[in-house]
Design a protein around this ligand. Structure first.
Ligand code: AMP
Ligand code: TRP
Length: 331
């Protein structure tokens, strides 16, 4: 049987180069090898304060971005999480499997909770990884392509699947994370010790996929560098390492080719070339984003909802049977 992949991104803010290089780029590459499900995880987006109007808009925008980076709706299933109520239903069942202590250990939870006033931290924020586990397990997923920051959530997903299978009988496939060797943690342009992040207050720390050319040039120009002048991969110089990694991934040139290209050149050249290569990628991408019509989008999402629902329903039905949630004889 063809193996399955499942992944998703939150429709919050906009997509940055880290999201693309760490996750979306791999979704595109893997979609022909696997039966693929790509979800816009809007239920995750309400775990922190949000503007309802903006969320609706961002949900559609993110769908456009999935398509414009190269996800092919003819081969992949693209859908919105809240369109398939089974995600929330399975979350409830898994909430009765997960231990609170497991959730309190999650570093993403601790980081996000720290950023808010304690009395504003919602139960949804703590529960976020359980919803993510439900997303993945509903589709009997084999592989989950994500960036490095999701590794711990994937481990919890595996633990929950194994525990459920042990207690109620074999029900879920236990998924593996797919974290790329290069690109899984693209760093901030302002501080190469922090990851590039949607929630960073400093907008110059990240390149957004919708940034115009001038902005891209300006942001790379301002990017922090480290001491030393040689342009080569060097673990002890995180800033240059990060910039070269981006260049390597965006141009598809090998590490050796990248170093050859910059031999004897300086930072100004690197930043200029980096901007040029990024713009070359972003221009046609942004054009495709604009070309996708509302009708086309609606059709793709409706087809996605139908296909996803069928599979999610079948898994949830099994879960209900195994857990005794079937009082009436026909369901
Ligand atoms: P999010 O937008 O937080 O839903 O993340 C979408 C995907 O992008 C997830 O698979 C993340 O692991 C990945 N991601 C987020 N930030 C980075 C980064 N700085 N470098 C690489 N991947 C990232
Ligand atoms: N938590 C993920 C992130 O912030 C998004 C996500 C939700 C996800 N459900 C998922 C990723 C299922 C992979 C599989 O990036």
């Amino acid at each position: 049987m063809t193996k399955r992949i499942f992944s998703g991104a939150q429709p919050t803010g906009n997509v940055h180069l880290g999201n693309y290089l760490g996750a979306l780029k791999n979704w595109v590459a893997l979609q022909h090898e696997y039966e693929s499900f790509f979800c816009i995880v809007n239920l995750h987006a309400i775990t922190v304060t949000h503007d309802p109007k903006l969320l609706t808009e961002s949900t559609r925008n993110l769908t456009r971005i999935y398509l414009a980076v190269g996800i092919d709706p003819q081969v992949s299933t693209v859908f919105i999480q809240s369109d398939v109520p089974e995600h929330a239903e399975l979350t409830w069942v898994l909430n009765c499997v997960v231990r609170i202590s497991e959730l309190e250990r999650m570093t993403q939870y601790k980081d996000k909770a720290k950023k808010q006033q304690q009395e504003n931290v919602t139960a949804g924020l703590l529960d976020y990884p359980v919803l993510m586990a439900a997303d993945i397990l509903l589709y009997q997923t084999d592989l989950v392509p994500v960036g490095h920051d999701q590794k711990q959530h994937l481990e919890l997903t595996r633990d929950l699947a194994i525990r459920f299978n042990r207690d109620y009988g074999e029900t879920f496939r236990v998924p593996d994370a797919y974290i790329p060797k290069v690109g899984a943690k693209i760093m901030s342009l302002s501080n190469p010790l922090k990851k590039m992040s949607k929630s960073d207050d400093d907008a110059n720390s990240r390149i957004m996929l919708m940034d115009d050319s001038d902005t891209v040039v300006r942001k790379f120009k301002r990017a922090v560098t480290d001491s030393g002048t040689e342009i080569r991969f060097d673990e002890s110089r995180p800033a240059i390492n990060n910039l070269l990694e981006v260049y390597h991934l965006i141009t598809g040139k090998s590490a050796a080719e990248v170093e050859d290209h910059f031999a004897g050149k300086g930072y100004a050249q690197l930043k200029g070339d980096l901007a040029e290569a990024t713009i070359e990628f972003l221009k046609p991408f942004q054009q495709r984003v604009r070309e996708i019509s509302d009708d086309e989008l609606d059709q793709i999402l409706e087809r996605g909802r139908e296909k996803a629902s069928r599979i999610a329903r079948a898994t949830l039905q099994q879960v209900f049977e195994r857990t005794g949630l079937t009082g009436s004889l026909k369901r």
